[in-house]
Design a protein around this ligand. Structure first.
Ligand code: ADP
Ligand code: ADP
Ligand code: ZN
Length: 218
């Protein structure tokens, strides 16, 4: 099954994509994570993307579509993909439809996660991630069970993203509303849109997604 988690920065896409990966064997495809890996590796793509990401703008469709197409050609995506942070523009959405079709697949559903802007700012400014395994946490809403130790891998190193500050988040929200929000109507028109309340607790959001998955399978 191929799913898109659609929602503004901080909506909980990464959190839920990782849960879906564990529960169903889908692969999370996060273009943000792929770009951050390119930055860490010091590749040409990474160097170009960094300045754009730091100010909260979108990386060009060409670059994004290139890295997604390459990822979709790996064999491990055959069980299905959870797209997280992609597509973000109408051009990306149309290219994804073509990309899936060319590989003999299709999009099964788009889950829009709705969250209030002020809650998003709180979520983003409190976000941190295990430096070793990538598990996501929050200062108030999703703390490790033992302070300073990753629940999953035991690491004591965590990272915070340079773009996860209040100023950039507000810019990213504007970019979302202008460039990405139109995808809601695009997918509604396709009959693929499922809207859920992203304001609920992490477990309740997971349950709402599972209800959509059950509908899609039926
Ligand atoms: P996105 O990938 O959409 O940007 P994340 O999954 O990284 O969002 O979540 C942003 C932050 O909010 C993280 O720190 C995460 O732990 C926390 N978070 C995720 N879902 C919820 C939720 N339902 N309620 C409260 N906090 C949440
Ligand atoms: P968030 O978790 O806050 O939604 P992401 O990790 O998805 O953020 O994205 C971080 C940054 O990476 C974005 O602000 C943007 O600069 C860039 N980016 C990620 N995915 C895309 C995409 N599909 N198209 C354009 N830019 C992207
Ligand atoms: Zn860890």
């Amino acid at each position: 099954m191929n799913l898109i988690l659609l929602g503004p920065p901080g909506a909980g896409k990464g959190t839920q994509a990782k849960i879906l990966e564990q529960a169903h064997g889908f692969k999370q495809l996060s273009t943000g994570d792929m770009l951050r890996a390119a930055i860490s590796a010091g590749s040409e793509t990474g160097v170009k993307a960094k300045a754009i990401m730091d100010r909260g703008d979108l990386v060009s469709d060409d670059v994004i579509l290139g890295i997604v197409a390459e990822r979709m050609d790996k064999p491990d995506v055959s069980q299905g993909v959870v797209f997280d942070g992609f597509p973000r523009t109408p051009a990306q959405a149309e290219s994804l439809d073509k990309m899936l079709k060319a590989r003999g697949g299709k999009l099964d559903g788009v889950i829009e996660m709705k969250v209030d802007d002020e809650a998003l700012v709180k979520r983003i400014t409190g976000r941190f991630t295990c430096a070793k395994c990538g598990k996501g946490y929050h200062d108030d809403f999703a703390k490790p069970k033992k302070v300073g130790i990753c629940d999953v891998c035991g690491s004591t190193e965590f990272t915070r993203r340079p773009d996860d500050n209040e100023k950039t988040v507000r810019d990213r929200l504007q970019v979302y509303n202008k460039q990405t929000a139109p995808l809601v109507e695009y997918y509604r028109g396709q009959g693929n849109l499922h809207v859920i309340d992203g304001m609920a607790d992490i477990g309740q959001v997971t349950a709402a997604i599972e209800t959509v998955l059950a509908q899609l399978k039926a």
